[in-house]
Write a protein that binds this ligand. Sequence first.
Ligand SMILES: Nc1ncnc2c1ncn2[C@@H]1O[C@H](COP(=O)(O)OP(=O)(O)OP(=O)(O)O)[C@@H](O)[C@H]1O
Length: 311
Amino acid sequence: MTSIDVTQLTKDYGDRRAVDGLTFSVRPGKVTGFLGPNGAGKSTTMRLVLGLDRPTSGTATIGGRAYAEIDEPLRHVGALLDAQAAMGSRTGRDHLRILAATARIPARRVDDVLEQAGIASAAGRRIRTYSLGMRQRLGIAAALLGDPAVLMLDEPSNGLDPEGIIWIRQLVRELADEGRAVLVSSHLMSETASFADHLVVLGRGRLLADTAMREFIDAWTTPRVRLRTTEADRLRALLTARGLHPAEGEDGRWTVEGARVEDIGPLAAEEGIPILELAGEEPSLEHAYLALTADEAEYTTARPAAAAQEA
Ligand SMILES: Nc1ncnc2c1ncn2[C@@H]1O[C@H](COP(=O)(O)OP(=O)(O)OP(=O)(O)O)[C@@H](O)[C@H]1O
């Protein structure tokens, strides 16, 4: 069972600290979502794990060894960093054959991963004729080539069509279910929520959260209930007496922050207050993420947390 272990990892570019004393692990059998605002240090961390850059201090290891010390690393670690960087004059198949040859991976794996990535029919075409999504699929095929125990995918659904996005969601889940350690960075919260079990969140190079998805959402959001009643005054008095603050919306619906349907339904029934509608709002990863990172975004427009809560 192989994991990625990052310990006190720091990287300075001149006087800019891109990664700041990071410690976390990516465990086998799980999809770990890697989140953070633009410039938070996600790509730099992945590059350091892959030995593409040298840390200023600290370590990043895969199965206890630095990437540079791993023999035939493609057989142990698959990575998708910049899918657009593949050589444009080669065909997709040749690109993968060359990669396979460098790691003594059998050539038949090339056709397997082309098939798995859904680009077998384009394998003989030059990469420069590929669409953004096809290049992305080729990059994922390359990451899978060595059947690695560890995968690191930077924004894998970039440029993929809706069918491709569903495919990548299923793929990362399958890879984790097979016991692999899978780290996936993304800016798409609903997508991350659909496949990640665990989250590592960065802000300005620092670790903001390293926690199970469910715990993260529960810690950074409050439950909310929407309801409609014919006896608003009585219900308001009842809820206010219990320390809740119901707020009336323009459409005649009431919102109660910090409450669940299980709190309100029985209470209203006990008092004989008719309820016409009662629904809990499931807090989303997006709400939780924006609440956590509100003050951490280096490049930001409005106040995202406030905007999202109002939406
Ligand atoms: N080669 C480099 N030289 C100088 N600064 C760099 C270099 N690479 C990254 N940085 C800086 O390090 C910080 C972290 O960048 P990084 O690309 O790791 O963030 P990120 O979380 O991947 O962002 P995004 O979500 O926008 O991809 C940024 O401030 C960036 O400008």
